[in-house]
Structure formats: structure tokens, C-alpha cells
Design a protein around this ligand. Structure first.
Ligand code: 4NP
Length: 163
């Protein structure tokens, strides 16, 4: 049985695909990809089927993360049946997800940055801002991804696969 992690933002073209790509890379690098599945989605429907925002893709690629295979999708009720961890980028995303949460969901629905140690709670939406916003997203996501992976390994007693 694998642990299933879903990252959620508004459009699924900036923040959550960045988290998806970075966290999946760490999971693979540390040889836990047989035990942890990663996905991302947006609460909104405007960008369904689109590749990540070019600014996010370019910023991620400069740090060695390739987001090019990812395509946006909208979060749905079925996701609460499938995922163990549903992690929101900001408080509005979390509120929207809480409204969808079925009473029998016994996974974790939380802010992604609950796992970070940057002292921030939200990954700010970079969509309408300047280039700095995309770097900030990467900094916050890299930090929280490292902590999230460490916590999952501890909490679920995960054992590294064979390379
Ligand atoms: P994301 O960023 O939620 O990080 O993917 C946004 C993408 C698109 C829009 C807003 C935020 N939009 O308004 O279209």
C-alpha cells in the first residue's frame, strides 16, 4: 500500500505543480517512489488540461526540476477517496477543500507549509506578481517538501527501495 499525496492550489498551473514536481523528485532521489505517489490539482477549473505556467516551469527548470509533463486538473470529490494527504497552498484553498471534505475522509487535510520551517503558513500566489514570486514559491516548496518527506518516512516507518 502506498501513501498518496495531493497538492492543491487555485489554478494547478503555478504552485501545486511546482510542489508536485519537487516533492516527486525528492521521493525518487531518496528511493521512496515505490511507497509514495504524488499528484496535484486546482480548486478552480480555468486551466484544466494546460501545462504549468511558463514562468513556473522556467523557474523550476533553473533549479533542475522538469514540470513539462504535468497537466492541470480540478480537484474533485473522488480525490478524498483516493488520497491520504491533501495539502493546500494557502488558506483559501484549504477552506474550499474543507467544504468538499466528506465526513468519512480520515486522511489529512492541511496547509502544506505546516510541514515547513520557514515561519510562513501560505505559499503566496505568484500569478499576478513579478518574477520574485516564483523564486519565493520554489524556496518555500523545497523547504516544506524536505520536511514532509522526513515526516512521512518517520510516521509510516518507510523503508527505502533498492536503487
Ligand atoms: P496557482 O496560480 O493557483 O498557483 O496555479 C494561479 C493560476 C491562475 C490563476 C490564479 C492563480 N488565475 O486566476 O487564472
Amino acid at each position: 500500500m502506498s501513501i498518496k499525496v495531493l497538492f492543491v492550489c487555485l489554478g494547478n498551473i503555478c504552485r501545486s505543480p511546482t510542489a508536485h514536481g519537487i516533492f516527486a523528485r525528492y521521493v525518487k532521489q531518496q528511493q521512496f517512489d515505490h511507497l509514495i505517489n504524488v499528484d496535484s490539482a486546482g480548486t478552480g477549473d480555468w486551466h484544466i488540461g494546460k501545462a504549468p505556467d511558463e514562468r513556473s516551469s522556467a523557474a523550476a527548470l533553473r533549479r533542475g526540476y522538469d514540470l513539462s509533463v504535468l497537466r492541470a486538473r480540478q480537484v474533485s470529490a473522488v480525490d478524498f477517496e483516493h488520497f491520504d494527504y491533501i495539502l493546500a497552498m494557502d488558506k483559501k484553498n484549504l477552506r474550499d477543500l474543507q467544504k468538499m471534505r466528506p465526513s468519512h475522509f480520515n486522511g489529512e487535510l492541511a496547509l502544506f507549509l505546516d510541514y515547513g520551517n520557514h515561519g510562513e503558513l501560505e505559499v503566496p500566489d505568484p500569478y499576478y506578481g513579478d518574477g520574485e514570486g516564483f523564486e519565493r514559491v520554489l524556496d518555500l516548496v523545497e523547504n516544506a517538501s524536505q520536511h514532509l518527506l522526513r515526516q512521512l518516512i518517520e510516521r509510516h516507518h518507510l523503508v527505502r527501495g533498492i536503487a
